[in-house]
Design a protein around this ligand. Sequence first.
Ligand SMILES: [Zn+2]
Ligand SMILES: [Zn+2]
Length: 374
Amino acid sequence: MAKDLYEVLGVEKTATDDEIKKAFRRKARQLHPDVNKAEDAEDQFKELNEAYDVLSDANKRAQYDRFGTIPGAAGSGPQYVDFDDIFGGGFGMGDLFSSFFGGGGSQNAQARREGRDMGVGLRLTLEEVAAGVKKEIVYDRLAPCPDCKGTGLGPDGKEVTCPECHGQGRVVTVQRTFLGDMQTATTCPRCHGTGRTIENPCPECEGQGRVPDRQRLTVEVPVGIRDGQQLRLTGFGEAGMQGTRSGDLIVTCRIKPHEYFQRDGDNLHTRVNVSIVQAALGAEIEVDGIFEDERVQVRIPEGCQNEQVVRTRGYGMPRFKSDARGDLFTHVNVVVPKKLSKRERELLEALATEMGEDVAPERKPFQKIKDAFN
Ligand SMILES: [Zn+2]
Ligand SMILES: [Zn+2]
């Protein structure tokens, strides 16, 4: 049985949006892998995220209060970060942890103070690419702390020289070995190498200047974007520590396969069935275009062969950030009728006679049954 979402966040049912947000941050911090070594920390983190997902959205929360279930499990609402899309699967919660908390650790301290770039995938339909679209994306990041505006300073806070390293940014430890004293200099753990620490840090972010937050962004996807093309949103990646530079958010566009159309650059390919008569005599037929309600006149030439491709200029995809369009290529599939009316058979037999071709005589119904048993 699913847990009560309010209990997961540890708030009352009457909690305000701000209380919910703060409770989420507090709990997310408790589950930080550096702090929490419990085996189920990742599961708890996931549960926390799911609860926050519902309770931070006014519509979902109202629905949950009313029906006691989690609304919009799949397919509805905004598009969520789809890490599998860009990293080819295997993106575990451990990685989500580090993207959320800015983990890692191999980089030097100075670089780690700045926010990292983040990546999200955005799935689009071909119709959306043709018309251009605004999409809401939702993702978790370390955002500038709203209480201290990213400075990390509390109400009476100030920056002081680090008492641990006396402003050097490095601490030297001496180890006695049989070869003599060995000195090792390491980055100061207290100030992360900056030589400065904060007195009376902001209680909300504990002096970090950034807090875990759920970000909702509306992205305008330009017309004609290609599969795999990326949009860079400056400053929307991980926030830097104590007001240092934020990373960017890189949105990788992924275009879903289409039921009727195949895209080849700015051109579109589609298939159409025509009868043997239309193929022989030529025809003007209508096919669906990529835009809603668009109908395209395709001219099937006289004597058209099966698999022949007919080009209709100007009915392909719109070119990137442009009004011009590529071409539509219609692949013709000539369909031979499986059943003929009496009249149709007579006409075709007359045609066979005219063309001097031998054809099989019409089989009587009982012969057809006999054939079926052979
Ligand atoms: Zn703060
Ligand atoms: Zn220090």
